[in-house]
Write a protein that binds this ligand. Structure first.
Ligand code: M6R
Length: 603
């Protein structure tokens, strides 16, 4: 969380910093700030709320200078106020920080004689650095010395009084990219922030710090040894970061799903079979698949558990990363560990990956950002090819996580002798038919817009599903609460009578995701139990399902008929559109919902 940038340029730094911060706002938007050094003097501007507040402030209080750093914040320590906004300053140094300094209390106690103005952990970094400057160290030495005292996860950029050609950048646990321009240099939380400025990027490794000047970068490892890190050319992504005429990134990304899923499936299939380009996975040699992720990616794994077990007969555990890492479960050396993450930077997922390294037979990741930490630390990193996802609510990444996981399950089925070539071709054929079906589901948008008018009035909503539709129900509930702020829960339909049915009354909408599968009749019984207690059922099914069970329900939505095995991928679309249009009716901030950030790099 939090986005940081830095520029050393021959132009005014402030507009460049603000533009770059716009591209990082997905990482947090509680407050923003920039600092520059001009005529040898540091100065800063900070504003609460979205970045446009900072941009407005800069109109009235411009900040000159050709060297600067900036920050967009997702609050951890201290509320979203101006005094807690970054950059934080102590005397001759300002700092921007992404992450958490875990030993900040001890550091603050040791710095008790200094005056703190904020409630943040970050300010201790600035004060600590200033004490080293006081002792006569140079800015480079003081920053390097400061880093030795910090515990936790961080990406940092320091700027100093009197130093118009120096940014010190550091990375431990949070990503940081150095951008190379023509006579200019940049620092950013990710390459997207820097993409209009340069396509030449050097990623710092864990524990690295860097002295960045206009003429280049000197990188040191955690032990202070000068090291070389490769500079890579990244694909120009600037064009992808706009709404393409849509009102929100989220709806743009929902509508991109047929295209990006087709791209993903084209990558993983060929001639009616699954093909894994540039990777070698052996599911026959493994005795257990352990899948670990957070949030929406975790729900994708829960759906895929059904596929790996049913298609491949492969025992499969799915864990929430934050639980897995501290539970310290035994991991057999025949297990394959699979980490799923859109950003590839989620702190808990990364920590869980590190826990399995040296234990599991193979450490595999499925990511959307190929240069991410999770990708770089895996034995095998597989792309989901969803393209840049900006909306905080994950949609197209979920779809492509499912697409790639489905292909892996089919591969596992073949390698483990569980699938005939005919069945494999059938399953691949179903997958390949999905983009067209998703288009049909997207065509229901107007109907959903109309139907969600009533849903927006609800205080609470239940989602029900059985089999792989249960994790899909979990995802539907997450989407709804995330962007509409309506309380939503999901239950496996059969679990309803074990407690949650007590919630049912005539104010409770219950969205039932029920394709016509082998469990359909059982789900319908559970649905009847809800209706018998005046619950308002919204049945999402196919034509046959709606015809059989749609009578007397509150609302219906009819999707194309699909092989139930991959139905969650199709049913994701109405779940996303229900959340989106409910949020529109409620007038919430769809792309930047309150309290959230796209990339969760703190635990
Ligand atoms: O980048 P990751 O896939 O690792 O992120 C995991 C979750 O933080 C993420 O899916 C989150 O739950 C989304 N906001 C859901 O829409």
């Amino acid at each position: 969380m939090c986005g940081i940038v830095g520029v050393l340029t021959d132009h005014e730094a402030a507009p460049i910093l603000v533009e770059a911060l716009k591209r990082l706002e997905y990482r947090g938007y509680d407050s923003a700030g920039i600092a520059t050094v001009h005529n040898g003097m540091l100065d800063r501007r900070r504003a609460v709320g979205k970045l446009h507040n900072l941009a407005d402030l800069l109109v009235y209080e411009p900040l000159p200078g050709k060297a600067g750093i900036g920050h967009t914040r997702w609050a951890t320590h201290g509320g979203p106020t101006v005094r807690n906004a970054h950059p934080h300053r102590a005397g001759r140094v300002v700092v921007v920080h992404n992450g958490i300094i875990e030993n900040y209390r001890a550091l603050k106690e040791a710095l008790a004689d200094r005056e703190f103005e904020s409630d943040t952990d970050t300010e201790t970094i600035a004060h600590l650095c200033e004490t080293f400057l006081d002792r006569g160290m140079s800015p480079r030495e003081a920053a390097a010395e400061t880093l030795k005292h910090l515990e936790g996860a961080f990406a940092l950029a320091f700027l100093f009084d009197g130093e118009e050609d120096l940014i010190v950048a550091a990375r431990k646990g949070s990503p940081l990219a150095i951008g190379h321009g023509e006579g200019e240099m940049y620092v950013g939380s990710d390459a997207i922030a820097l993409s209009p400025l340069t396509d030449r990027i050097t990623y710092l490794d864990e524990g690295d710090y860097a002295f960045v000047t206009r003429s280049g970068v000197e990188i040191r490892d955690a032990d202070g040894r000068q090291v070389h890190r490769d500079t890579v050319k990244i694909a120009a992504q600037a064009a992808q970061v706009d709404k393409a005429g849509h009102k929100h990134f989220m709806v743009k990304e929902i509508f991109e799903q047929p295209t990006v899923l087709a791209q993903c499936l084209a990558h993983y299939t060929g001639n009616g079979a699954v093909e894994l380009p540039d990777a070698d996975l052996d599911f026959a040699a493994t005795d257990r698949l352990i899948m670990v992720a957070c949030g929406t990616a975790h729900y994708a794994c829960l759906v895929a558990k059904y596929w790996f077990e049913q298609i491949a007969g492969l025992p499969c555990d799915v864990d929430i990363a934050s639980e897995f890492r501290y539970r310290e479960p035994p991991v057999s050396d025949r297990a394959t560990a699979l980490f799923v993450s859109q950003s590839g930077e989620t702190a808990d997922t990364l920590a869980a990956l590190r826990y399995t390294r040296d234990k599991a037979m193979a450490v595999v990741s499925l990511v959307n950002v190929p240069q991410s930490s999770i990708a770089r630390e895996s034995d095998t990193a597989l792309p989901i090819l969803a393209g840049v996802e900006i909306g905080v609510a994950s949609t197209k990444a979920f779809m492509n996580q499912l697409g790639a996981l489905a292909c892996l399950a089919i591969l596992a089925g073949r390698q483990r002798g569980q699938l005939t070539p005919e069945r494999e071709a059938e399953l691949v054929g179903t997958l390949l038919s999905l983009p067209a079906m998703i288009n049909q589901a997207l065509a229901l948008e107007d109907q959903i817009r109309h139907q969600t008018g009533k849903l927006a009035e609800a205080r609470s909503v239940l989602f029900l599903g059985r089999g792989p539709m249960y994790p899909m129900a979990l995802e539907g509930a997450l989407k709804l609460k995330e962007i509409s702020y309506i309380h939503a829960e999901a239950y496996a339909s059969g679990e309803l009578k074990h407690g949650p049915i007590a919630l049912v009354d005539n104010n409770l909408p219950v969205i039932v995701l029920a394709p016509r599968d082998a469990l359909f009749d059982k789900t319908v019984s559970n649905m009847q139990e809800v209706m018998a207690r005046d619950g308002k059922v919204w049945l999402v099914s196919d034509a046959e399902g709606v015809a059989l069970a749609g009578e007397g329900v509150w609302e219906t939505l009819t999707l194309p008929t699909i092989d139930p095995v991959f139905a969650p991928m199709l049913y994701a679309v109405p779940a996303q559109l229900i959340a989106y249009h409910t949020a529109l009716h409620k007038g919430t901030d769809v792309d930047q919902p309150r309290n959230l950030a796209k990339s969760v790099t703190v635990e």
